[in-house]
Design a protein around this ligand. Structure first.
Ligand code: SAM
Length: 223
């Protein structure tokens, strides 16, 4: 390397450091952290979101409230798209200090999601894994205390089988589209009944519908 290229390289590295230092991710309790996520949600997720198949804002708010209420420390999402539901979950995780692993098969959507998580200042608490969730889930180690399923409807039953061993007692699985795509999810609901320590309710019976499945801490006590 010549002296001049060394200067250029050092200069570029310095600018990068200055750029990162000027725009660091705010700490969880910092109100700017919430504002930064909200800004990306408003810009990217609250308009016409049908192309990216994003959850509607009411469902997003439910994700946020439940991630916080369940005091989630390790959340998992299947079906990232461009990261909108992940951003709602991240809002909840600001209160708990938790992290999110989110799985997406489409590389273009993975790139968009990473960009959105970066812009929202939550890149350090969200890990996006590209690939078929059916394969990725096998290699993931648990436990997870909050799971959101929103990918291929015909595979919800299979996702459940792979998630169950990694779901913490006291943890919760939310599944999207259980009302508007109910016919495709019959197998999923049949499978849920096979686990004696899982209790399921339909938390949102309107719109797309979300089911909420709680894993009992003391199996056999309430079901
Ligand atoms: C309904 S969209 C997810 C929307 C997202 N949860 C949101 O609200 O912003 C479903 C996503 O699941 C992804 N997907 C479908 N099958 C998948 C699979 N086998 N593994 C991982 N991702 C998958 C699709 O590419 C799509 O982006």
């Amino acid at each position: 390397m010549t002296k001049s290229t060394l200067f250029v390289a050092t200069g570029a590295a310095l600018s990068l450091i200055i750029l990162v230092a000027a725009n660091p991710a705010p700490a969880a309790g910092d109100p700017r952290a919430k504002a930064r996520i909200r800004a990306v949600l408003a810009r990217t997720c609250l308009g016409s979101t049908w192309r990216m198949q994003n959850v509607p804002p009411d469902d997003g708010r439910l994700l946020r409230v439940l991630a916080a209420a369940f005091k989630s420390k390790r959340a998992l999402e299947i079906g990232t798209s461009n990261g909108c539901s992940g951003l709602w979950i991240a809002l909840g995780l600001l209160e708990t200090g938790g992290t999110l692993v989110t799985l997406e098969i489409d590389p273009r959507r993975v790139a968009l999601a990473r960009k959105n998580f970066q812009a929202a200042g939550v890149f350090h608490r969200v890990r996006v894994i590209q690939g078929d969730a059916l394969a990725t889930l096998k290699g993931l180690s648990g436990p997870f205390d909050f799971v959101f399923i929103d990918a291929d409807k015909s595979q919800y039953g299979r996702y459940l089988e792979l998630i169950y061993p990694k779901l913490a007692p006291g943890g919760v699985i939310l599944a999207h589209n259980v009302v508007d795509m109910a016919h495709e999810l019959r197998g999923f609901f049949k499978k849920l009944k096979k686990y004696p320590d899982l209790v399921t309710v339909i938390a949102r019976e309107r719109g797309s519908g979300i089911s909420l499945t709680y894993r009992l801490k003391r199996p056999g006590t309430t079901r």
